[in-house]
Structures are given as C-alpha cells and as structure tokens.
Design a binder for this molecule. Structure first.
Ligand code: COA
Length: 159
C-alpha cells in the first residue's frame, strides 16, 4: 500500500470525514433508524467543525494521498481517554489502518496525561472485541439491554 498518514482532522476534510463516519454509522446500526438518526445528529457538520478546531474532543483521520480511509474520534474526561467512534472504509479494511488509528489515539491520550482509555462495543461483535483485545483492552463491564437495547461491553486499557 502507498503511504498512509494519520493526521488530526482539519477544516478542509470535515465534509468527507463526516460522509465516511455516516457510512460507518449506517453499517453498524443497519435497520435501526433511530440509532442512525441520533448518531448522525450528534456528529453533524457543526460538531465536526468543532473537532477540527480541537474543541471538546479529538478526531484523527487516516489518509492515502487525499482520500480519507478511516476515522477515530472521541474525547478526554478526567484523565481517561474515550474512543467514541472508529471506522475504516470497507475497501481499506484488514490492512492495519484501524490499528494505526488506534495507536495514534493512544499516543495522543498518553501525551495528554491519560492513565487509561475506554471504549464501548457491541458485546456480540466478536471480531471487534478481538480487535480491541489485541490492542491491549480488557472487558471491564457488560451492559445488557443498553443503548438502543443493544448488549454493550465496556473495555478498558491501562497505560
Ligand atoms: C473495526 C475496524 C475499524 C477495523 O479496521 P481495520 O482497518 O480493518 O483494522 P485492522 O486491519 O487493523 O485489523 C483488522 C482486524 O480487525 C478485526 N475486525 C473488527 N471488526 C471487523 C469488521 N467489522 N470487519 C472485519 N474485521 C474486523 C478483525 O479481527 C480483523 O482481522 P482480519 O483482517 O485478520 O480479519 C473496521 O473493521 C470497521 O470500520 N468496522 C466497522 C465499524 C466498527 O465496528 N467500528 C468500531 C466501533 S467501536
């Protein structure tokens, strides 16, 4: 693969990054219009502009040439880094891009004095659980019938 770079979201990439994020949201919550609409509204253009301005959170994108391949975003609260959304364009999956984004986010957390990182995932998505466990996370809580009635796992990685 050509050179992949992980960079903070900038204003010029807001529209394309949001487009990718919305595709990921639709894929993950396929058939659940309420969840899709909620997340799309949460990450509207205004919020993405804030993230590009590093206001109340972070957003990193993976790029190849000028194309956006992946996105990872969230925030830090109380010295705990939180990874809210992570997604890689289908055509670029299984090539290590997701892992690169997560490594970059961990670096950012450490630099900002986080002592741990947390992420919520769908408890029944074993591939995704495996991905985070390989990145050093452990399942710390199981939350049955949680957001949008999904069974959620809360995973934590200590630094
Ligand atoms: C999870 C995700 C970001 C991983 O990105 P990636 O660039 O493929 O990650 P890597 O190449 O570093 O690692 C690939 C591994 O992730 C795991 N994985 C996790 N979710 C997966 C998915 N939906 N499809 C395929 N592999 C997935 C597999 O173990 C895979 O290994 P394999 O290629 O040997 O099967 C990507 O699959 C994705 O965007 N999925 C849909 C959105 C999502 O589930 N986001 C997480 C929300 S918390």
């Amino acid at each position: 693969m050509q050179q992949v770079t992980i960079v903070p979201l900038s204003k010029k990439d807001v529209i394309s990054a949001r487009r990718l994020l919305c595709r990921i949201i639709e894929e993950m919550y396929s058939g659940n219009q309420k969840a899709i609409q909620n997340y799309r509204n949460q990450y509207n253009l205004e919020r993405m502009d804030e993230l590009a301005a590093k206001k109340d959170g972070y957003c990193f994108i993976a790029k190849i040439n000028e194309e956006i391949m992946g996105i990872g975003l969230g925030y830090i609260f109380g010295n705990v880094g939180f990874l809210h959304w992570l997604g890689v364009d289908k055509k670029y999956r299984s090539a290590g891009v997701g892992s690169m984004i997560v490594d970059n986010i961990h670096k950012y957390f450490r630099k900002n004095k986080c002592h741990k990182s947390g992420v919520y995932t769908d408890l029944k998505n074993k591939k995704l659980l495996g991905f985070y466990i390989r990145k050093g996370y452990k399942v710390r809580a199981r939350l049955p019938d949680h957001w949008f009635h999904l069974n959620i796992a809360y995973l934590v990685k200590n630094f």
